[in-house]
Design a protein around this ligand. Structure first.
Ligand code: NI
Length: 178
């Protein structure tokens, strides 16, 4: 089990455009994906993108049955998504609070597409094609933004809804330093 260091906002490596993955099912890729899950689970994250551990590849993981950082969120299947392509299924957007392991201790309300289709491949190069909505759609947009060098605060429109988790959501576990 290897928990990698998560880069924090301000690190220029979080602002890069990630490169497509071209090698699959290699020892290095298997180790990278295992480390990403170890790192995400250790931080109680809902998702993690490879650039957050300094690996500039188009690779994200996400999913949980129950997440203590987002206790009201419906479950999202555990997914490895490589070389993703997102297509909104309507123009409709909705605001919702997000946090990020690279922006610890803060939450902000971010507009996201309500419904979208995502395509890509998994770690075995098997195709993934899903139409999703709600929190699942939000998580995917947040993670794929990391591949474009975009952190959620860059999407915030109303900065009156951006602040410290322990102030805005005092019922969340204060030891859960997101
Ligand atoms: Ni994030």
């Amino acid at each position: 089990m290897t928990v990698r260091e998560i880069l924090k906002m301000g690190d220029p490596r979080l602002l890069r455009i990630a490169e497509p993955v071209t090698e699959f099912d290699t020892p290095a890729m298997r180790e990278l994906i295992a480390d990403m899950f170890d790192t995400m689970h250790a931080a109680n994250g809902a998702g993690l993108a490879a650039p957050q551990i300094g690996v500039n590849l188009q690779l994200v993981i996400f999913g949980f049955k129950q997440n203590q950082r987002y206790p009201d969120a419906p479950q999202v299947p555990e997914t490895v998504l490589i070389n993703p392509l997102l297509t909104p299924l309507s123009e409709e957007m909705e605001e919702g609070f997000e946090g990020c392991l690279s922006v610890p201790g803060l939450r902000g309300s971010v507009p996201r597409y309500t419904r979208l289709r995502y395509a890509g491949v998994d770690e075995n190069q098997q195709p993934i094609l899903r139409d999703v909505d709600g929190f699942h759609a939000r998580v995917v947009q947040h993670e794929v933004d990391h591949l474009l060098g975009i952190l959620y605060p860059m999407r915030i429109r109303d900065f009156s809804r951006f602040g410290y988790t322990q102030v805005m959501f005092p019922d969340l576990d204060p030891n859960d330093d997101d």
